[in-house]
Design a protein around this ligand. Structure first.
Ligand code: FES
Length: 125
C-alpha cells in the first residue's frame, strides 16, 4: 500500500509549535506517533504537495487534522498554542476548527485520520 515511507524533519515553526515535514504518498500523509513529544498536543504538518499546512491536534478522542486555510478568503492561517488566527482580516478558530471570530463563517476543513502501526495517517481525500 505504500502508506509508510514519508521523509520527515522535525523543526521549529515561526508560531512556536513543532513542525514536521512529510511527503504525500497515495493521497495520505504518514506521521509517526512519537512526533508528539513533550507536552504539546499540537503539531504543524507541512508537505510540498499541499497548498496549506495542516494542524494535527491530539485530543481525548484521538487526532484531528485541520486545514490551515482560512474559510473567509483562503489565506494561510497561523496556529499558536492558544488558537488559530488569520492575519488578513482577523478571523480566529478553536482547535476543533470552529469559528471564534468572524468574518469567517464556516469551520475549518478537516481531514480524516486514523492510527495504524504507530503512525497517524492523514487522508487527504
Ligand atoms: S481571509 Fe482570513 S479573515 Fe479574511
Amino acid at each position: 500500500m505504500g502508506l509508510v515511507g514519508a521523509s520527515m524533519l522535525l523543526e521549529g515553526c515561526s508560531s512556536g509549535l513543532p513542525l514536521v515535514k512529510a511527503s504525500q504518498q497515495n493521497e495520505v500523509l504518514t506521521i509517526p506517533l512519537n512526533k508528539f513529544s513533550g507536552n504539546s498536543n499540537l503539531l504543524i504538518v507541512r508537505s510540498s504537495s499541499l497548498e496549506s499546512d495542516i494542524l494535527l491536534v491530539k485530543n481525548q478522542e484521538g487526532y484531528k487534522a485541520l486545514n490551515l486555510k482560512c474559510t473567509h478568503e483562503g489565506v494561510g492561517l497561523t496556529a499558536t498554542d492558544k488558537k488559530i488566527f488569520c492575519s488578513a482580516h482577523g478571523s480566529s478558530f478553536d482547535f476543533d476548527g470552529n469559528v471564534l471570530k468572524e468574518p469567517a463563517l464556516k469551520p475549518l476543513k478537516q481531514f480524516r485520520t486514523e492510527v495504524s502501526n504507530g503512525n497517524i495517517i492523514i487522508h487527504l481525500i
